[in-house]
Ligand binder design. Structure first.
Ligand code: UFG
Length: 340
């Protein structure tokens, strides 16, 4: 019999790609999502890609009774991958309580339901945002966490602590995956990121500029202490990131965890500047991007990339897709959205 995984936020950007990878590895999936930042049609698209329709439950995870109802309905759930969260940094500054409610209450309801239904494994989507601007690069899992610059970042650190405390004293193990910058889209062009309104992140802004939806991409600062002066990040293809979740859940189901809570950096180990990204996009897609250098964006860190040694050796996972691949699939996804 297939093992069933509950994927919260499974119609979202990273969630949907993870559901595809899980199903392709033979897992049964139930998705719980309130569709606040995604569409139910994603479920059809996952079915199109994999040939299997995941179960879908429209669920408000802030409501404990709805969370319990899922575990009651699917008593074969063996593990949880918890993505569901609000994720806009700027919005979190404006609406801190909404972020604390959404991100913390939902997690606590999921943990409560797991304990009362004897589900022992959770993978949590954390973020390299917990490192702030690290003192040493590349940043490894043992680098200290820094004070968060936004309520969003704070919820990631707080969720890590809540999970660690709960796992410590219960029959539960946890894997915290600290993602770097997920970009790209599924090669089918059927799933990807749906940014709402004017995008805040570099890649959706860039692809919308290429598509003529935006006039000009602003590059936030070229006076950083980096080779070309623009900010550096570790961009990772969302399919590679999705695969890391499958490896993590399998590790827990196979009882291979070395401690109750394990932490892994999920990046490529390479840092690319904003100008590297623009150049790669222009080269692989043969499109010129209209951009201008403007002032720094408040709250941005200068540079960060991952030391992935621990994830590579211990998880046996490694990112395989390169920057060109990320730029190709990001553009492919933007184009498929224009056409539909
Ligand atoms: N950038 C631009 N122009 C834009 C948008 C971004 O030059 O229009 C630059 C930024 O200054 C930065 C880089 O592109 O140097 C990447 O910016 P993103 O907004 O794409 O990503 P961030 O690294 O700022 O943030 C991302 C997620 C956050 C998460 C953070 C750390 O959006 O949710 O990584 O994990 F907290």
């Amino acid at each position: 019999m297939n093992k069933r995984i509950l994927v919260t936020g499974g119609t979202g950007f990273i969630g949907s790609h993870t559901v595809v990878e899980l199903q392709q590895k033979g897992f049964d999936v139930v998705i719980a999502d309130n569709l606040s930042n995604s569409f139910e049609e994603v479920v059809d698209r996952i079915a199109k890609i994999t040939g299997v329709r995941p179960d879908f439950e429209k669920t408000e995870l802030k409501d404990a009774s709805q969370v319990n109802a899922i575990f009651d309905k699917y008593p074969d759930i063996q593990g949880v991958i918890h993505f569901a969260a609000s994720k806009a940094v700027g919005e979190s500054v404006q609406k801190p309580l909404m972020y604390y409610h959404n991100n913390l209450t939902s997690l606590m309801n999921v943990l409560d339901a797991m304990l009362s239904h004897n589900v022992h494994h959770i993978v949590f989507s954390s973020s390299c945002t917990v490192y702030g601007q690290p003192d040493k690069l590349p940043v490894s899992e043992s680098s200290p966490r820094k004070k968060a610059l936004s309520p969003y970042g704070n919820t990631k650190a707080m969720c890590e602590d809540i999970i660690t405390d709960v796992a410590k004293v219960n029959d539960m193990d946890a894997i915290l995956l600290r993602y770097f910058n997920p970009i790209g889209a599924h090669e089918s062009g059927l799933i990807g990121e749906y940014p709402q309104g004017v995008p805040n992140n570099l890649i959706p802004y860039l692809t919308q500029t290429a598509a003529g939806i935006r006039k000009c991409l602003s590059v936030y600062g070229n006076d950083y202490n980096t080779p070309d002066g623009t900010g550096i990040r570790d961009y990772i293809h969302v399919v590679d990131l999705a695969k890391a979740h499958v490896v993590a859940i399998e590790r827990m189901l196979d009882n291979k965890c070395k401690s109750k809570t394990e932490i892994f950096n999920i990046g490529t180990g390479h840092g690319y500047s904003v100008l590297d990204i623009i150049n790669s996009f222009e080269k692989v897609n043969d499109i010129k991007i209209n951009y201008q250098i403007v002032g720094r964006r408040e709250g941005d860190i200068e540079q960060v990339w991952a030391d992935t040694t621990y994830a590579n050796n211990e998880l046996g996972w490694k990112a395989e897709r390169d920057l060109d691949d990320m730029m190709l699939t990001s553009w492919n996804w933007e184009k498929s959205r224009i056409e539909n």
